[in-house]
Design a protein around this ligand. Structure first.
Ligand code: URA
Length: 244
C-alpha cells in the first residue's frame, strides 16, 4: 500500500488558512491543536495526511476543515459574482472566511452570471476544474429559463441543429436540447460554456430570458433541500457523478 504523504503541522494548517506559521505555533503552545485528543506542542512535527485527519486533528476544539481536493456545491443566489476580485458581493463571501487563505486556492468551476442562480461548483483541484470545463468532455449543463415571451415552437429544432451562430461569433453552437415546460418556461441543456450562452441563444430567437437557474451539471443535480446561499462539500461518489 502507498504510504500517506506527511506534512508539518504548521505548514498544513497555514495552507488551510488557519493563520501564519507563527500564529499556529502560538495556538499550539496554548494547547489549541490536538491530534487524537493529545496536544501537539511542536508544530514542526510531521503527521500523515490521511483522509480521516479532519476528524482527528482539532483546532481550538473544532474538527479540521476538509483537506485539499475538496469540491463544494453551492446553490448560488442571484446578485453574487463568480470572481475573486470584482467589487460587490462575491460567491466566495459565502464560504468560511479563512478559506480565502487556502493554498491551493478555491475557484469556481466555470461561472454563472451575476443574475443567474443555482448549481455552482467550487474546488481547489485544478485538474478536476480543467476536466469539467474542457470542451472535449461535453459535460452537460441544464438550465431552467423563464422567458419574457411565449416560445414559438421553432426553438427546439434550431438549438438541436448545431447551426445556430451567436452574434459576433464565427463558430456555430454545438447541438443543445430544449425541453418545453410551459409556453414561457423551458429546460435547456448545453455542453459548451460560451459567454452568456443561454441568454444569447434565446435572444437569437427574438426572446428574452427573465430568470435563469442551473439545475444540473453532468450527472449531478442541485439537491432540493439545498436552499439559495447554502452549500455542501461533496463526497467522492458525488464528485464522480460530475463527469459521468
Ligand atoms: N448562460 C447564461 O446566459 N448565463 C449563465 O450564467 C450560464 C449560462
Amino acid at each position: 500500500m502507498a504510504k500517506s504523504p506527511t506534512s508539518r503541522v504548521d505548514k498544513l494548517l497555514s495552507s488551510m488558512g488557519y493563520g501564519s506559521r507563527n500564529e499556529i505555533a502560538r495556538m499550539a503552545k496554548a494547547g489549541g491543536i490536538t491530534l487524537d485528543g493529545a496536544a501537539i506542542m511542536d508544530v514542526a512535527k510531521r503527521i500523515p495526511v490521511t483522509p480521516d485527519l479532519p476528524a482527528r486533528l482539532k483546532v481550538n476544539g473544532e474538527v479540521l476543515d476538509p483537506l485539499v481536493g475538496l469540491v463544494i456545491l453551492l446553490n448560488k443566489p442571484l446578485g453574487m459574482t463568480c470572481s475573486h476580485k470584482e467589487a460587490g458581493a462575491l460567491v466566495y463571501d459565502i464560504l468560511p472566511d479563512r478559506w480565502r487563505w487556502r493554498d491551493p486556492a478555491i475557484s469556481t468551476i466555470g461561472r454563472l452570471d451575476k443574475q443567474t442562480s443555482g448549481l455552482l461548483l467550487l474546488t481547489d483541484d485544478g485538474g478536476l476544474l480543467h476536466r469539467v470545463i474542457s470542451p472535449k468532455r461535453h459535460v452537460k449543463k441544464t438550465y431552467r429559463a423563464k422567458l419574457a415571451r411565449p416560445l414559438d415552437g421553432t426553438e427546439g429544432d434550431l438549438f438541436a441543429s448545431g447551426l445556430l451562430m451567436l452574434e459576433g461569433e464565427d463558430k456555430p453552437l454545438a447541438p443543445a436540447e430544449l425541453e418545453v415546460v410551459t409556453q414561457t418556461e423551458a429546460l435547456l441543456s448545453v455542453t459548451e460554456g460560451r459567454y452568456h450562452q443561454v441568454r444569447r441563444m434565446f435572444a437569437a430567437t427574438g426572446n428574452h430570458v427573465e430568470e435563469l437557474h442551473r439545475e444540473r451539471l453532468g450527472g449531478l443535480l442541485l439537491p432540493d433541500g439545498l436552499r439559495s446561499g447554502q452549500w455542501k462539500v461533496l463526497s467522492e461518489n458525488e464528485i464522480a457523478l460530475i463527469l459521468q
